[in-house]
Design a protein around this ligand. Structure first.
Ligand code: NAD
Ligand code: MG
Length: 401
């Protein structure tokens, strides 16, 4: 039977890589729905190639432009929808088997949850939804019998190093001693706190090993990506942050590891190419050709591991603290990071203001548990207000420098 796939965030880096894998396996997968935020012309090109049943563009004007362009090309059978609610509609549609959750940021939460609640196979790239609402999200996975497969390369690696019967959300076997989460260290590995003060947007987005969207590239440069991933791992594998050790591994070949009580460490190795975890998620429990170049270990020659520098890169510590504090802390951490990174990408604040803003916002986070999605969305909105205020202060400082 052909598997019917919905791709949320189709025009992004993960979305396009997913479509590359799907295009190589037309006998296994068909594209049912694609979405974008506002890039209607990018979505138009994908519609021409994959001819989905639905194309969703959140921005209404851009949706109208896509509709016009598709009808000009004679593709009136593709139904174009505008607005954020349509994302949840396609993610939970009866004709969909599998949802690739590849929207960036908190905007992914509601459609991802809609997919989970409809009991779909959900390939989770959007780590922010677990950071924001991990407990509610994992409860929904269990309650609705959804199959959750991690696409983030590290979590995909950890999943591959666990026993065959393991499902995300289950407790780990007692024989698991530690999870070893690897991090490339990003473009600023080895920089001192002082050196980080005047790095540019271009430098921050220029990742040494991975080609990714701009937000996650900045997160990788600040090590907040690893912080978000630490929280993501805590939820996916029901593990305590103290049982996760971050290893800086500049080659990005070992994508993460699991240490067992008998002294064994299992690792998953591969090229730094997201098509590998994407293909694994699509085909699980089987494996298919991802179109990725074979890894030549003679060429790699050496694999190195270092401890992270918590002083120059405080984001990892902030994320760990947020998870331990609980309540609204992780939602505040995520929202503050999104607002600060967006201001940095616009050239309005310095790179080192990002952790400063997050730390200030985090200190405002209430400790009561978030018990509904509305609570989460309210916490997210509140944290964005605090963060925007601190950004204004940081802009003033930045422009007077
Ligand atoms: P990207 O910026 O390249 O693409 C983001 C996609 O989301 C685009 O299709 C965009 O149109 C859509 N989008 C953006 N804002 C939206 C909104 N408000 N509403 C609806 N749609 C919106 O991002 P990416 O690098 O592909 O990352 C996607 C997700 O996958 C992120 O959560 C990221 O952390 C995660 N991830 C990415 C990689 C990678 O290699 N790129 C690796 C691991 C995890
Ligand atoms: Mg990752």
């Amino acid at each position: 039977m052909i598997e019917s796939v919905c791709i949320l965030g189709a025009t992004g880096s993960i979305g396009k890589n997913t479509l590359k894998v799907i295009a190589d396996h037309p006998q296994r997968y068909s594209v049912f729905a694609l979405s974008a935020n506002s890039d209607w012309s990018g979505l138009y090109d994908l519609c021409l190639q994959f001819k989905p049943k639905y194309a969703v563009v959140v921005d209404l004007d851009s949706a109208s432009q896509l509709k016009f362009a598709l009808s000009g090309a004679g593709l009136t059978q593709i139904e174009v929808c505008g607005g954020a609610a349509a994302l949840s509609m396609i993610a939970s549609h009866d004709d969909v088997d599998t949802v690739m959750a590849a929207i960036v940021g908190a905007a992914g939460l509601e459609p991802n949850l809609a997919a989970v609640r409809a009991g779909k196979k959900v390939l989770l790239a959007n780590k922010e939804s677990l950071v924001l609402a991990g407990s509610l999200f994992m409860d929904a996975v269990k309650d609705h019998g959804a199959v959750l497969l991690p696409i983030d390369s590290e979590h995909n690696a950890i999943f591959q190093c666990l026993s065959d019967g393991y499902r995300c959300g289950d407790s780990l076997d007692v024989s698991v001693d530690k999870v070893l989460l690897t991090a490339s260290g990003g473009p600023f590995r080895g920089y001192s706190a002082e050196q980080l003060q005047d790095v540019t947007v271009e430098q921050a987005c220029n990742h040494p090993n991975w080609s990714m969207g701009r937000k996650i590239s900045v997160d990788s440069a600040s090590l907040m990506n690893k912080g978000l991933e630490l929280i993501e791992a805590c939820w996916l594998f029901d593990i305590n942050p103290d049982d996760i050790d971050v290893h800086i591994h500049p080659e990005s070949i070992v994508h993460s590891m699991v240490a067992y009580s008998d002294g064994s460490i299992l690792a998953q190795l591969g090229q730094p190419d997201m098509r590998t975890p994407i293909a694994y998620g699509l085909a699980w429990p089987e494996r298919i050709n991802a179109g990725v170049e074979r890894l030549d270990l003679f060429k790699v020659a050496s694999l190195n591991f270092e401890k992270p520098d918590d002083h120059a890169f405080p984001c990892l510590r902030l994320a760990k603290e947020a998870f331990k504090r609980g309540g609204s802390s992780c939602a505040y951490l995520n929202a503050a990071n999104e607002v600060a990174v967006s201001a940095f990408l616009k050239g309005n604040i310095s790179f080192t203001s990002i952790p400063d803003i997050i730390e200030r916002v985090l200190s405002q986070a209430p400790l009561e548990n978030l018990t509904s999605i509305q609570d989460v969305l309210d916490a997210d909105a509140k944290a964005r207000q605090f963060a925007s205020r601190y950004v204004v202060e940081a802009v003033a400082q930045f422009t007077t420098l």
